[in-house]
Design a protein around this ligand. Structure first.
Ligand code: M6R
Length: 605
């Protein structure tokens, strides 16, 4: 949830750390801070709010030093304040931390009983208090860090910086990602490789339970049992890891615009040599699976909800679908022939990861669909299908959603083939439809000006209702989520047929109702629900294709989508869902890429 950085440099490190934090700001932006060791002494600067405030502070109060650690925070324990901002420092040690220390209350009581005075409400401060106590007892920094780590329960990544130690940072990974960057006479650490992309393309990913002593000449890595261990140095594609807005006003705008190219290149990646089919990882076994369990959060969950229709329709495979944060706590019945599928853009979402660990011993196969192939979820799955969307920085997920849908469609079609429900010709025909998706998505993006004009009306609304049937129901849910998170307008989504069972009471002339209804087998039914809304003066915006709009008759607002095969309609109709949220947010002047209270990856349960 938070981002952490460490640099042992040859020059002043504050500007380097600040720059790396900018690339991690998607992980949280409640406060930020940097600590350095300069002439043997620890010093730090911390500021509430976005990184720009820390950056301004450093102009007036520079922070010299060639070794340092930095942090950008998404508040969990204790609100956004300077006192709660990282790095936390007690005596001769400072710490930055991402994750949760689950036993912090017990530790806090114990330390307070020993005389420790706490100055923040954070769980992190217990780490630094413990380390300081061990130093005061005469331990050397490495011993003190190790002894501290042994006392901590929870999931975290952290880094220690010590007074008097200008050539050492100690870091540890347990449950949250952490990587080491190798430079020329310099060393770095960061929550992800993107943070380090401007400094180096040589990265070592720490494994679960690892801790490491980093110096300018290299890194010594120890596993959870304190055995010194070697982890490979991987060469990352620095160009791909670099992120900028490429001339767009927001990352979200850039990421929406990238969708045709993303879909094209992901399809290219999976396009196989098997007579026009696709190459999926060897070992995928849909034929023997008796049930597919899909688990995810947020937008990734809605992608799974669409895919449930596909797996049932094309493969006759029973699907069970759950939100990750609920899944583990309802004692799901799992079987040895079940396949479990986890979908996550970041691959680090704590609830999804915990659900994966929960099912792993009980099912035949664990499959992950992720955007970050080095992520924890990818590492812990048996088989990984990357979606190849490239870094997604805007908090509102866009290109990852459509790319997830594409990969899930490939899987569902493959399942249909393996289970004998789809013949080879049918399978190829469906793949052909998927290959056409990038072009239709580009056409949907061309409706942006029209959408911008319509959203003037939405921007004034207090509430908005989204309706859809079949695969368009999850699309309605996704549209409502996008609108809520970036425009702060209350939005709800309902299965169109469910409207009359309660929510229809909300309809009046002030309530915009957005209806996703391509001209498919369910069109007539959705449209009759839409007429129920119009009869009660609801302000309908119908999103359909030429045939649908012609058949629907007069509606207050309409948006014409290209006519597309049913299979790819959810991918294409995702575009207006995204653009509606984006332009409504622009009209309202909200912070599109970094909406309040949110962070890009949610690494706490
Ligand atoms: O990284 P993940 O796909 O696991 O993230 C899941 C959700 O946190 C994420 O989709 C969230 O709902 C987005 N902000 C939605 O736009």
């Amino acid at each position: 949830m938070c981002g952490i950085v460490g640099v042992l440099g040859q020059h002043e490190v504050s500007p380097i750390i600040l720059d790396a934090l900018k690339r991690l700001e998607y992980r949280g932006y409640d406060s930020a801070g940097i600590a350095t060791v300069n002439k043997g002494r620890l010093d730090r600067r911390r500021a509430v709010g976005k990184l720009i405030h820390l950056s301004d502070m450093l102009v007036h109060q520079p922070l010299p030093g060639r070794s340092g650690i930095g942090h950008t925070r998404w508040a969990t324990h204790g609100g956004p304040s300077v006192a709660n901002a990282h790095p936390h420092q007690v005596g001769r040690v400072a710490v930055v931390h991402n994750g949760i220390i689950e036993n912090f209350r017990a530790l806090r009581e114990e330390l307070a009983a020993d005389g420790a005075v706490f100055t923040s409400q954070t769980d992190t401060e217990t780490i630094v208090q413990l380390a300081s106590q061990y130093l005061d007892q005469g331990m050397m920094p490495v011993q003190a860090a190790r002894a501290t780590l042994r006392r901590l329960d929870g999931a975290f990544a952290l880094a220690f910086l010590f007074e008097g130690e200008e050539d050492m940072i100690i870091c540890a990974r347990r449950g949250s990602p952490l990587c080491i960057g190798h430079g020329e006479g310099e060393m770095y650490l960061g929550s992800d490789a993107i943070a380090l992309a401007e400094m180096t393309n040589r990265i070592t990913y720490l494994e679960e339970g690892d801790w490491a002593i980093v110096t300018r000449s290299g890194v010594q890595i120890f596993d959870a049992d304190d055995r010194q261990t070697a982890r490979p140095v991987t060469q990352i594609n620095a160009a791909q890891a670099r992120v900028d807005k490429s001339g767009h006003r927001h990352f979200m705008a850039k990421e929406m615009a990238e969708q045709p190219a993303v879909l094209q290149s992901a399809m290219g990646f999976y396009s196989g040599l098997d007579h026009g089919g696709v190459d999926l990882p060897a070992g995928l076994d849909f034929a023997r699976a008796d049930r597919l369990i899909m688990v995810a959060c947020g937008t990734a969950y809605y992608a799974c909800q669409v895919a449930k229709y596909w797996f049932e329709q094309f493969a006759g495979l029973p699907v069970e679908l759950d939100i990750a944060s609920e899944f583990r706590y309802r004692e799901p019945v799992l079987g040895p022939q079940n396949m479990a599928l986890f979908v996550s853009q970041s691959g680090e979402t704590a609830d999804t990861l915990a659900a994966l660990r929960h099912v792993r011993p009980h099912v035949a196969q664990v499959v992950a669909v992720v955007n970050v192939p080095t992520s924890s979820i990818a590492r812990e799955a048996d088989l990984v299908l990357p979606i190849h969307a490239g870094p997604e920085i805007g908090v509102a997920s866009t290109k990852a959603f459509t790319a997830q849908l594409q990969v899930l469609a490939l899987l569902a079609l493959r399942a249909g083939l393996e289970r004998g429900r789809l013949g080879w010709e049918d399978y190829l025909a469906r793949l052909g439809e998927l290959r056409a998706a990038p072009g239709f998505v580009a056409q949907a993006l061309d409706r942006e000006d029209e959408i911008r004009r319509m959203t003037e009306m939405l921007a004034k609304a207090r509430d908005v209702l989204f309706l859809g049937r079949g695969v368009m129901y999850p699309l309605a849910l996704e549209g409502a989520l996008k609108l809520k998170e970036i425009s702060y307008i209350h939005a709800e989504a309902y299965a169109a047929g469910e409207l009359k069972h309660g929510p229809i009471a909300l309809i009046d002339k002030d309530l915009p109702v957005i209806v996703f209804a391509p001209h498919d087998a369910l069109f007539e039914k959705t449209v009759s629900n839409m007429h129920e809304v119009m009869a009660r003066q609801g302000r309908v915006l119908l999103i359909s294709d030429a045939a649908g709009l012609a058949e629907a008759g007069e509606v207050p607002y309409s948006l014409q989508m290209p006519t597309v095969p049913d299979l790819i309609a959810p991918i294409v109709y995702a575009v207006p869902a995204q653009l509606i949220a984006y332009h409504t947010a622009l009209h309202r002047g909200t912070d599109v890429d970094q909406p309040r209270n949110l962070a890009k990856s949610v690494t706490v349960e």
